[in-house]
Design a protein. Sequence first.
Length: 314
Amino acid sequence: MPIPAPGTAELLKGVPLASSPIQAELTTPTGAAILTTVVQQWVEQPVMQVEQIGHGAGKRDLPEQPNLLRLFVGQAASVPSWQSPTRSGSWTTNLDDLPAEVIGYCYDLLLAAGALDVYSTPIFMKKNRPGTLLSVLADEAALPALEAILFRETMTFGIRRYPVSRHKQNRRACTVSTPWGPVQGKLGWLEGRPPVFTPEYEDCARVARQHGVALREVYTQARQAYKEEAHKNCLSQRRKGAKNAAKCFFALSFAPLRLCERLSCSARLFEMPSANDIRQQFSTFSSRSTATPRCRRAASCRSTTRRCCSPTPA
């Protein structure tokens, strides 16, 4: 009977499978039916808070490994995007009989086929021959197309594959205005840290060729333009925050002193008065509010009774 059994293989259609050196049935039709019914996403163990752990042992003794199954039950923990690794692959091959022009040509083909990065390293191979280590980084889904390009263009006899885990910063496209027109770039940042602006080479080179200026000058102007724009945005947000804090400050006159101290901590972020100033303003307002008001109904009325100064209905 082949492994997996025909019934198990039929149930596992569309499920990613991994080979095993153990010559025994590790997944039964019942287990396959449970997995395909319950599992929503086939991934490695996610970041989670384990609440319960279950163990199950089979009757068969396997010489290669214990015949045990372990199950974790818990809540998935949310992590920042830059801390959640992504699965990728690295492919390398050694080349010692290929012209440099062909290696450069492979760069363009590999990047166009979905490679995330392509780079080469000078090495010494057997018989003291200088060679080139060509490395390709890409998602596992792009494996067939990239391997076909490497075998066709480099005439290599073999390709090494390694699993790679990557951590990425948050990123988004950003366009800035320069004296020669708009220039595109990228913003990359980690949580709680200021972003870093990197101009796009192709866009900077296009502007430099069109206007006959140095490429480094375009880079400098693009970075300076981003700094000025970021500074304007920062000042705008601080002014908006200061207005909101000022509204809170005037509302403090009607609030207890405990609330005054609590809000004065946030007011300091916008250079608002300290807690002592707020207490003084509060005491001044309290003394004014306890004074007997004058009548507002007529200028000739000098009564100081509250009955006379009751508000006029709208």
